[in-house]
Design a protein around this ligand. Structure first.
Ligand code: C5P
Length: 389
């Protein structure tokens, strides 16, 4: 069982679930705005965003893994290690102190970490890595072709795909009550979203446009034509890759003792291969191939594009923590609650009015969440293996 760390006295499990809910709401809005508010000729490349996401996430995970290394930890003095492995390191022969000692330990921790990253079982991460790159690319197609609210509701189908893959791959046994609560969760999210979608005929992101807007004139917004069928196809495919990749990652993570951050570095490393290929392809078809891959990589990459990538990187890191300390199904509940939260924020910030259908939808989501988290009744044959918070 993983140890349960806390932040400011609050269990990391709950802090990470709430943070993920807020991150999810922010990502859909910023990503949609970054795509549809810019004329097609000035759009950034989603392939670049996917690649930068993996690069940054990998580097940050590597850095966290390095900081977590017992070699650098003061609670783990070097001599503990030397007692067990007296000849394993040159420092055993000389007592060093100060800066030299520190640099030596950093190099040692770095080498140890590289050994862990390139461990014989690292290939296991190649499957979720490829699936996540496909999912992250599909997400761009979906969000560029659907209004934010419609995207959010359809994307909630991943709750059901995740539950199905958890049962199939992780052998989780869900009681009938848990299946019913998952079903009500999906229905509740649908009710909240239908009212949001019907309630606003114009997607909110278009309303920010004005001729003085730095991202383009109101006329430019019409240049981006949305194709809802393409958007729906992409979002449904993304639900399948999300469920499978998340459950596969959980299986690898919980099936071995390897550190979460080392697993994340392995995930990012394997993602680099499928993520860089579309960038190379786009570069070879570019109007200015002489700019080189990296010249074209950051073409049209403005503030909104960077904001999208940074929120995605943050989301990836939080998702990994949630999968480790909770599980993929609870992750689904957190993201559903984010829809209720973002609606309530709209009421507070933008004078949206609360309608009966919102109350019914939000009530269904909250009741489903409560129902899912009820302990399973004692039964000799059916046990829920899902972690109860
Ligand atoms: O929507 P869903 O929760 O499936 O999205 C997961 C996101 O988190 C993906 O963008 C994926 O790249 C990212 N992720 C990550 N590292 C993990 C697990 C997921 O970056 N260990």
């Amino acid at each position: 069982t993983p140890q349960q760390p806390s932040i400011c006295g609050l269990p990391l499990k709950y802090v990470s679930l709430v943070t993920l809910a807020v991150q999810n709401a922010a990502l859909s809005i910023v990503m949609h705005y970054s795509r549809v508010s810019i004329p097609a000729s000035q759009a950034y490349s989603p392939a670049s965003a996917v690649l930068l996401n993996e690069l940054l996430k990998g580097l940050i995970s590597f850095f966290i893994a390095l900081l977590n290394s017992p070699i650098l930890s003061s609670q783990h003095p070097q001599h503990h290690h030397y007692v067990h492995h007296p000849s394993s390191h040159p420092l055993t022969r000389h007592r060093r102190s100060g800066l030299y000692n520190h640099i030596s330990r950093c190099c040692w921790a770095f080498t140890e970490l590289c050994n862990q990253v390139f461990s014989p079982d690292c290939w296991k991460l190649s499957i979720p890595a490829i699936l996540y790159v496909i999912q992250n690319s599909l997400q761009f197609v979906a969000i560029s072709n659907l209004p934010v609210a419609t995207f959010q509701v359809t994307y909630q189908m991943k709750i059901l795909t995740t539950a199905a893959f958890s049962v199939a791959l992780l052998r989780k046994k869900l009681t009938l009550a848990k299946w019913l609560s998952l079903f009500f969760l999906a229905i509740g999210v649908g009710i909240v979203q239908i009212q949001t979608t019907v309630g606003s005929s114009t997607p909110s992101s278009y309303k920010h446009g004005s001729s003085s807007d730095a991202v383009g004139s109101a006329h430019d917004y019409n240049v981006h034509v949305m194709n809802p069928m393409k958007g729906f196809g992409a979002v449904i495919a993304a639900c399948f890759t999300s469920g499978l990749a998340g459950v596969y990652f959980e299986m690898v993570l919980k099936g071995s003792k390897a550190d979460l951050w080392v697993r994340n570095v392995q995930l990012s490393l394997f993602s680099l291969i499928p993520a860089i290929l579309p960038v190379i392809y786009a570069n070879s078809n570019s109007s200015d191939p002489s700019a080189g891959i990296f010249g074209n990589l950051l073409r049209n990459f403005g503030g909104w594009a960077w904001a999208t990538v940074l929120i995605q990187v943050f989301g990836g890191l939080i998702t990994a923590v949630v999968i480790k300390y909770s599980d993929n199904i609870l992750k689904g509940f957190a993201t559903s609650l984010s829809i209720v939260l973002s609606f309530l924020a709209s009421v507070a910030l933008f004078d949206f009015s609360i309608t009966p259908s919102f109350i019914i939808g939000a009530g269904t989501v909250l009741t489903a969440t409560w129902m899912y988290n009820q302990p399973a009744p004692p039964s000799p044959t059916v046990h829920s293996s899902t972690a109860s918070p």
